[in-house]
Design a binder for this molecule. Structure first.
Ligand SMILES: NC(=O)c1ccc[n+]([C@@H]2O[C@H](COP(=O)([O-])OP(=O)(O)OC[C@H]3O[C@@H](n4cnc5c(N)ncnc54)[C@H](OP(=O)(O)O)[C@@H]3O)[C@@H](O)[C@H]2O)c1
Length: 285
């Protein structure tokens, strides 16, 4: 039985992986949060992997606050670059396959067609730069790794755009949402399903992959779709803006070309708006 450990288990993707794992009883799944395994601490990371022989580590632990990362660069790099290096070293030493989640923010957004895995990276914010350094450490240290870059993650869990929009609407707030960036909202439940499907395939086609839901949207489109699916479009005060000022720059275009993932692992990706409505419907029930 393959033994799997999921780091950052209390984050939104960690929670989605826990839900999905129950559909894969052929694996021995372990979920560890920061209190059990702080990836920033090299000593505890190597000790943890020496005393537990895992076949696979799914790393969802990350510093994820894109805005704060601009003023807290040290903390962002400590986890997203050095913490990932600690994991890469421990996994490599124990022959553990590392599945790591990265981001569309490694790109600068100047391309007009979907980004492929081999396209040049050029992060334009501190979060993206820290995540890119993490990717580079894995590629330098590990032989058995999968890096999945994803975009605009949301789910029923935690702080994300979907939950913020629903909360703001419930509070009767006026919502002015930007049309500046184009990306693919991605349901973290779909990503969790994809990760387990990838493991189940047993394929050893290690390397870099792009994973997102299909189609493209601005943040305004995403908000509008949320309210359409939740039946609140008529009642909510929603407006668009071409400029929304933030500390962190964001790529204007960050659609990922996901064909390598879907073809390698025979995984059918869902359109982003369908997956969003499915999630909202399921949670209404
Ligand atoms: N959210 C997005 O839009 C998005 C987009 C593209 C890629 N990604 C990537 O997808 C992955 C999952 O993101 P998510 O949305 O699930 O993030 P999340 O909800 O913020 O979860 C991240 C988890 O990592 C934990 N963590 C932070 N530092 C840690 C450390 N040093 N040691 C152990 N655990 C630590 C956090 O614990 P605490 O709660 O204790 O801080 C949190 O539970 C991340 O790699 C992220 O970079 C996210």
């Amino acid at each position: 039985m393959k033994k799997i450990v999921v780091t950052g288990a209390n984050g939104q993707l960690g929670k989605c992986l826990r839900d999905v794992a129950s559909n894969f009883p052929q694996f021995d799944n372990h979920f560890v949060d920061r209190a059990v395994l702080n990836i920033d601490d090299p000593g505890s990371v190597s000790e943890f992997f020496e005393s537990n022989q895992f076949d696979i580590c799914i790393n969802t632990a990350a510093y994820t606050n894109v805005e704060k990362a601009e003023s807290e660069q040290e903390a962002a790099f400590k986890t997203n670059a050095e913490g990932v290096k600690n994991l890469a070293k421990a996994c490599s030493a124990q022959g553990t396959t590392l599945i790591h989640i990265s981001t569309d923010y490694v790109f600068d957004g100047t391309k007009q067609t979907p980004y492929k895995e081999a396209d040049a990276v050029n992060p334009i914010n501190a979060y993206g730069a820290s995540k890119l350094q993490g990717e580079e450490h894995i590629q330098d240290i590990c032989e058995q790794f999968f890096i999945l870059r994803t975009s605009w993650l949301y789910s029923q869990y935690g702080h994300n755009f979907l939950n913020s929009m629903l909360r703001f609407a419930a509070e009767g707030r006026d919502l002015t949402i930007t049309t500046e960036q184009v990306g693919a909202p991605t349901n973290a439940n779909d990503l969790a399903e994809a990760i387990y499907t990838m493991i189940e395939s047993g394929k050893e086609d290690y390397g870099l992959y792009h994973f997102s839901n299909l189609g493209r949207a601005t943040w305004y489109d995403f908000a509008e779709a949320i309210f359409k699916c939740s039946g609140q479009l008529e009642s909510v005060k929603l407006a668009k803006t071409a400029h929304y000022s933030t500390f962190a720059k964001r790529p204007a275009f960050s659609i990922l070309d996901t064909r390598k993932f879907s073809e390698t692992f025979q995984f059918e990706l869902k359109p982003w708006d369908q997956s969003l409505c499915d999630l909202i419907e399921n949670h209404k029930k």
